[in-house]
Write a protein that binds this ligand. Structure first.
Ligand SMILES: [Fe+2]
Ligand SMILES: [Fe+2]
Length: 183
């Protein structure tokens, strides 16, 4: 049976990047009253994608010629986006602070995706066997599914409970734990 384009890791990651770009545009273009809901959807997509890359794609990349440095640089960008995302969870989407942080997040995420596409993906395509690309895609899909559900989207912004839980930071951590234990 012929393989669907999305059966290899680079196709899968490219599709994910496109979906994330679209979601970023949606959040940026949305009126304040619907921004927070879209922001949670964006967070869910980003956490699943970035943590699955961290646990599945970057370890494979590090084994390739020149891959170690590329993986380290990309992971530093992801860590920065993670910090920025977590800093936004208690901001009011109608505030200028939220808009500024969102613009910064968009710039960071778009640049990060571009760097992965121009540096990491060509390395994978040049050095991984086709079977390896398919295997990584399967592992990546599994890691994404192991993420816990949405991080408390119904808690009102700035509520005491949300501040204590720190939902976005804990979402990243819980997903790392669950993906590692199911790998
Ligand atoms: Fe990434
Ligand atoms: Fe990515």
């Amino acid at each position: 049976m012929p393989l669907a384009p999305s059966d290899d890791i680079v196709s899968l990651l490219t599709q994910d990047h496109e979906a994330i770009r679209q979601r970023l545009s949606e959040v940026c273009d949305a009126p304040p009253e619907s921004r927070k809901e879209l922001f949670w959807k964006l967070t869910d997509q980003l956490v699943r994608h970035e943590v699955a890359e961290e646990l599945v794609v970057y370890p494979a990349l590090r084994d390739l010629p020149g891959g170690r440095e590329v993986a380290s640089e990309r992971q530093a960008e992801e860590a920065e986006a993670e910090r920025l995302l977590a800093s936004m969870e208690n901001l009011d989407p109608g505030d200028d602070d939220f808009s500024r942080a969102l613009a910064q997040l968009r710039e960071n995420v778009l640049e990060h995706a571009h760097q992965e596409e121009s540096e990491a993906f060509p390395l994978l395509l040049a050095h991984e066997e086709h079977a390896g690309l398919i295997y990584l895609a399967q592992k990546f899909k599994g890691a994404k599914l192991s993420a816990p559900n949405h991080p408390h989207p119904r808690l009102p912004s700035g509520s005491a409970a949300q501040k204590v839980l720190g939902p976005i930071a804990s979402f990243f951590d819980r997903m790392r734990d669950e993906a590692r234990s199911s790998a």
